[in-house]
Design a protein. Structure first.
Length: 104
């Protein structure tokens, strides 16, 4: 009797099945800053319009869901953690005796 966990067990813990609370706060703040910039900056030219919507685009990219990870922000966190922390790889090959001595 083996129990197989379904692939979508974490989806019930996410809002809309895609986002956690931090993702929504991040994306909402990016959209809020973009909206504020659209109201403040002179967006008649393309340059200022692009500058105004960049915060919303960046935060949208960070919370965009991708396969096998929650979202792009999770991938970036994992990559940064991998490259900035000390890695320890324990060899468990076929020739290792796991600390056992020969009893001859």
């Amino acid at each position: 009797m083996n129990y197989l966990i379904p692939a979508n067990t974490k989806k019930s813990q996410l809002y809309f099945g895609l986002f956690n609370g931090f993702d929504l706060i991040l994306f909402g703040s990016g959209l809020g800053v973009s909206l504020l910039l659209l109201l403040i900056l002179p967006v008649e030219t393309l340059k200022w319009a692009i500058i105004a919507i960049i915060p919303g685009l960046v935060t949208g990219f960070l919370v965009f869901p991708i396969p096998y990870y929650h979202n792009v922000l999770t991938v970036l966190r994992n990559v940064i953690t991998f490259f900035t922390t000390r890695q320890e790889f324990v060899w468990k090959g076929w020739c290792v005796k796991d600390g056992e001595e020969d009893s001859k």
